[in-house]
Design a protein around this ligand. Structure first.
Ligand SMILES: [Zn+2]
Length: 134
């Protein structure tokens, strides 16, 4: 019976600097297995112990976790969105304050107002605030 082909174990070899895989050869003293030679398949670099083997997959730290995902954008229901100050014709943005021209007071973009008046189609609207001349 042929021994089962071991799965390729991918490593990043520190000797040749390449992505390679491991070769393992059993070492025998007579008929007694005394150890294993573990080497880089590409350059033959020998690893002295399991701890030295730079496994590619299992040791890779997970870069992204669930906690890193951007928070979902807050969804406003259509009705609320329809009355938000930022969509209102009276909503005025300048670099320092957002104002309601109708009530002459400071507002938040996400405020809602019973006197909401839909803004005309945003043809010339620029996104963000103009910095003006420096
Ligand atoms: Zn190598």
């Amino acid at each position: 019976m042929r021994p089962r082909e071991p799965a390729k174990v991918e490593i990043h070899c520190p000797a040749c600097g390449r992505d390679a895989w491991l070769t393992r050869k059993a070492q025998y003293d007579g008929f007694t297995k005394v150890g294993e030679i573990v080497a880089c398949a590409l350059c033959g670099h020998l690893f002295d112990s399991e701890a030295d083997i730079p496994y590619k997959n299992s040791r890779t730290p997970k870069v992204f976790t669930e906690a890193d995902r951007p928070r979902p954008v807050q969804i406003f229901n259509e009705d609320e969105k329809g009355k938000m100050c930022r969509y209102c014709a009276e909503y005025v943005v300048n670099p320092f304050v957002q104002r309601c021209a109708l009530h002459q007071r400071e507002v938040e973009a996400t405020d809602t107002c019973p006197h909401f008046r839909p803004k005309p189609p945003p043809e010339e609207e620029t996104d963000g605030l103009s910095l003006g001349p420096l």
